[in-house]
Design a protein around this ligand. Sequence first.
Ligand SMILES: C[S@@+](CC[C@H](N)C(=O)[O-])C[C@H]1O[C@@H](n2cnc3c(N)ncnc32)[C@H](O)[C@@H]1O
Length: 222
Amino acid sequence: MTAPAPAAAATVYRPQEDTRLLIDALSRLPVRGRRVLDLCTGSGPVAAAALRLGAREVIGVDSSEHAVAAARARSSSPTWTTLEGTVAEFTHPELFDIVTCNPPYVPAPSDPADCRAVPGPAHAWDAGIDGRAVLDTLCRRASDLVAPEGHLLVVQSQLAQPERTWDLLHHNGFHVVKAGFFRIPFGPVIRARRGWLIRRGLLGAHEPGELLTVLLARRSRR
Ligand SMILES: C[S@@+](CC[C@H](N)C(=O)[O-])C[C@H]1O[C@@H](n2cnc3c(N)ncnc32)[C@H](O)[C@@H]1O
C-alpha cells in the first residue's frame, strides 16, 4: 500500500492497486442482478464498479464520515446507498450475494483497542500490531453478511498473513481460492516501518516489494 497523494491525504483514501485488484476480481463474478455489500467503501470505487456491472442494489459502509460523504457525493443512483458504520457493527436484515472489502491491513506499531481511534488518513491503512484488526473481524462476521452460496472478495497485503484469512474463512464454512495477486513497490508507509516489520518477522529482509492478494470465498450451502 502506498500513501495517498498529499491533496487526498487529509481526507479520504485514493483508490490504488489494491482497489484495482479487487475490482478486477469482482468483474469476473456474476454481479448482474445481485445484491452487493462493499465494506470499507472509502470514496466508493468498488461500489461504483458493482453498479456498472449490473448489481441490483449496492450498499457501501465506511467508518469515516469523510469517506461516506465522498461516496455519497459521487452516487446519484437510488440503488446505491452509503452508510457510516464499522465491519464489527454493521447489520442488515438480509444477507448479500456478494460482499467486497478492501480493509486497512498494514501492521502498525500502535495497537488501539478501537480501530476508529486511529487518527487522520492512517485510519485507512493502519490495522493494529499484526495488520489484522479489521480482517479478523471480517472473517468472524462473514457468515452474518454473505448469503449461502454467495461470495466474499477481500484484498490484503502479504504483511497481514493472507493464509490466516484463508484458514479463518475456511473454518467458518467458506471455500476459499486465490482470485488475484500483484506485487507493488514499497510505498512510504512500509518503507518507514521496514525495520520494524522485518524484526517482527512480517517481512523478509530481501522482499522486493509488497505482494497484494485477493481471496475469493464462497459460502457453502446452508
Ligand atoms: C484501504 S481503504 C479502501 C477504500 C476503498 N474501498 C478503495 O479501495 O479505494 C480502507 C477504508 O476502510 C475504512 N475503515 C477503516 N476501519 C474500518 C472499520 N473498522 N469498518 C469500516 N470501515 C473502516 C477507512 O475509512 C477507509 O476508507
